[in-house]
Design a binder for this molecule. Structure first.
Ligand code: PMP
Length: 360
């Protein structure tokens, strides 16, 4: 029988994240497949966190059998100390992804507009559309930079949200303090500004804006952070928002009661105690990124400037290139106008370069 269940229209394709290693192994019958497609942290989580978490998991069956603390009080306490930000101004989600969805769900009514970079995180237009909103993509500036003045000009009477990723994904670029201050001076107070800092821990640019400080001065600014990247905990799905308590209260109204697991909350809380690991990851990544950039440039690529753990490579057939690399056991991400490669370990980056060299 044909499928004839009625539903509301929804102009959203099924999102394709980076392909899992197992899928490519199976498809091409390959043993050694590496994934440089989802900007995961190849150095992994802090060994101290692993050890402490495993000890707690074996010692404490309550962690397994009870529902988690939906309000994530312990993690919020630790985050509150880390940022000098009140716990009432912190929301915790299953990754920054969930917080993006909750923000769209709560702040957009049908037909409301959300402004974003044309080449930015795909979850912004997707979450906007799912909530009934209308994405307003703004062309990028040079080298894949968000064009903040153009984004300001795109704000109209129906705009409710501006999505800003700093650093931006997939381009890896940042905007500086000066541009951010100019943006804040002009953006209407009635518009929610979502400053997505998923990759902030990787940034070494001294002119990188202080997002959390902006939250304290502007009740319409929300900063998003995640444990998926520099903290190496992508598998647990946990991230958070720093915002005005008024904003957090609204997100709490649309959040599922137990949106993050007890294990994820505990892992994140423990991870905050080992900032030395994050510093190690930042430094290792910075070196590996510089070496990878140089090797790619020697092969004729022109990567955009990046403050992250990935590089955007402009290419006239990104999808074709990604497919050919995949067949060689290297998963990268095709993105509009090129491909995006995560910076891997030295060995992984060497695999990528060898696979590129082997393409005719
Ligand atoms: N924001 C940006 C800019 C990202 O690149 C990502 C991850 N790809 C996220 C948010 C979501 O991260 P997570 O849900 O793993 O916290």
């Amino acid at each position: 029988m044909a499928f004839s269940v009625r539903m509301k229209p929804l102009d959203v394709p099924i999102y394709e994240p980076g392909k899992p290693i197992a899928e490519i192994r199976e498809r091409y019958g390959l043993d050694a497949v590496i994934k440089l497609a989802s900007n995961e942290n190849p150095y992994g989580p802090s060994p101290k966190v692993q050890e402490a978490l495993l000890a707690r998991l074996s010692a404490d069956p309550e962690l397994w059998l009870r529902y988690p603390d939906g309000a994530a009080r312990e993690l919020k306490r630790a985050l509150s100390l880390r940022w000098g930000h009140p716990a009432e101004g912190i929301a915790v989600g299953a990754g920054a992804d969930e917080l993006i969805q909750l923000i769209a769900l709560r702040f957009l009514a049908d037909g409301d507009e959300a402004v974003m970079g044309e080449l930015s995180f795909p979850m912004y237009p997707i979450a906007t559309r799912i909530a009934g909103g209308v994405p307003i993509p703004v062309p990028m500036g040079p080298e894949g930079r968000l064009d903040l003045p153009a984004m300001l000009r795109a704000i109209g009477p129906r705009t409710r949200i501006v999505w800003l990723a700093n650093p931006n994904n997939p381009t890896g670029t940042v905007f500086d303090r000066e541009r951010w201050a100019a943006f804040l001076a002009e953006v209407p107070e009635t518009v929610l500004v979502v400053l997505d800092e998923a990759y902030a821990e990787y940034v070494s640019d001294p002119n990188y804006p202080d997002g959390p400080a902006a939250v304290r001065r502007h009740p319409n600014v929300v900063v998003l952070r995640t444990f998926s990247k520099a903290y190496g905990l992508a598998g647990f799905r946990i991230g958070y928002a720093l915002a005005a308590p008024e904003v957090v209260r609204e997100l709490e109204r649309v959040r599922k009661p137990f949106n993050t697991s007890a294990v994820a909350q505990l892992a994140a809380t423990l991870a905050l105690e080992d900032e030395a690991h994050v510093a190690f990851v930042r430094e290792a990544n910075r070196k590996a990124r510089a070496a990878l950039r140089q090797a790619l440039e020697a092969r004729g690529f022109r990567p955009y400037p990046s403050e992250t753990n990935f590089l955007y490579l402009p290419h006239d057939d990104g999808r074709g290139l990604a497919t050919r690399l995949e067949a060689a056991g290297v998963i990268v991400r095709p993105v509009p106008g090129g491909i995006r490669v995560s910076v891997g370990t030295e060995a992984e980056n060497a695999r990528l370069l060898a696979a590129l060299d082997a393409l005719e």
